[in-house]
Design a protein around this ligand. Structure first.
Ligand SMILES: [Zn+2]
Length: 248
C-alpha cells in the first residue's frame, strides 16, 4: 500500500505503511495529519484510520459496525453494503455517487499527484521549442521575402514580425495551458499543469506563469534546474505561481 502524508501543506510520499506507523510513533504524524493511501484514495486525518494515535481532536474510528456494513469513501459514514456501489475496490453510498463519479471523470479522485520530473519536462520544453521555432521561421521567411521584394533594408512587416516573435510564445502558452492545462509539448509527454490543489490553471495564471518562466531562464536556467532538486519537482516559475506539473 502506498501512503502520502501532509507536512506543512506539502504532500510527502509515497512512503510505506511501516514508515507511516514509525512517523506516528515519533509524533511527526498526529491524529490531525492528513494522510492518503491507495485504498482510501482520499485525504483524511490519520486519527480516522488509527484511533490510538494521540492528537488534539478525537476522531471516531469509523469502522463498519456490522459485517454487512461498510464505510462510504466520500462521506465516511456507515451504510449497508447492499445499498452501496463498489468501484475499483472502494465503496460509495448512493447519496455520494454523483460527486464520486464526477471526481473519477475529472481524474481527480486519486488524490495524490505524481509529479513530472526534470527530464520529461525538458523533453516537453524541447518539443515546444521546435514547434515555436517552426512558427517563427515561417514569419521570418515571409518578412524576408517581403523586404527583398520591396527593396528596402527594413520592411514595415519586419516590425510586425518582431512583435509576433514576442507575442506568439505568450499566446501559445496562455491558450494551451488555459484551455488544455498543457502546451502541445507537455501533451505529447503526458504532462499537465495544475494548481497546488490539483485544480485547473486559469488563463490569468497561465500568462503570469509565462512571464515567471522568463525569470527562470534569465538566471542561467537555474529556475528550471530547481525542478531536479525539489520534492514536488517545482521550477522557480512553479514556485512563483504555486503550480505543479503532474503526470496525467
Ligand atoms: Zn457517502
Amino acid at each position: 500500500m502506498e501512503w502520502y502524508y501532509e507536512n506543512d501543506d506539502r504532500k510527502v510520499g509515497p512512503v510505506s505503511e511501516q514508515e507511516i506507523e514509525d512517523l506516528a510513533r515519533s509524533g511527526r504524524i498526529i491524529a490531525e495529519t492528513k494522510v492518503w493511501n491507495d485504498v482510501t484514495s482520499k485525504w483524511i486525518p490519520y486519527g480516522q484510520i488509527n484511533s490510538e494515535i494521540p492528537g488534539d481532536v478525537a476522531y471516531d474510528n469509523e469502522e463498519p459496525h456490522a459485517a454487512n456494513e461498510s464505510v462510504c469513501i466520500e462521506c465516511r459514514r456507515s451504510f449497508l453494503i447492499d445499498e452501496m456501489i463498489e468501484y475499483e475496490g472502494v465503496k460509495v453510498c448512493s447519496a455520494c455517487k454523483p460527486v464520486f463519479f464526477q471526481k473519477v471523470k475529472e481524474g481527480g479522485h486519486h488524490g495524490a499527484m505524481v509529479y513530472g520530473g526534470f527530464w520529461i519536462r525538458f523533453a516537453a520544453k524541447f518539443i515546444d521549442g521546435i514547434i515555436l521555432g517552426a512558427i517563427s521561421m515561417i514569419f521570418s521567411t515571409a518578412a524576408g521575402f517581403s523586404a527583398f521584394n520591396a527593396q528596402n533594408a527594413v520592411s514595415p512587416l519586419q516590425g510586425v514580425v518582431f512583435f509576433l516573435q514576442i507575442a506568439i510564445p505568450i499566446v501559445y502558452a496562455t491558450f494551451f495551458i488555459g484551455k488544455y492545462a498543457a502546451t502541445p509539448g507537455k501533451m505529447i509527454c503526458g504532462l499537465k499543469i495544475v494548481t497546488a490543489d490539483g485544480d485547473r490553471v486559469s488563463y490569468g495564471k497561465a500568462v503570469g506563469r509565462h512571464f515567471s518562466e522568463f525569470i527562470s531562464s534569465i538566471i542561467l536556467s537555474i529556475g528550471y534546474i530547481m525542478a531536479a532538486f525539489d520534492d514536488e519537482k517545482r521550477t522557480l516559475h512553479d514556485r512563483i505561481c504555486n503550480t505543479r506539473v503532474i503526470k496525467k
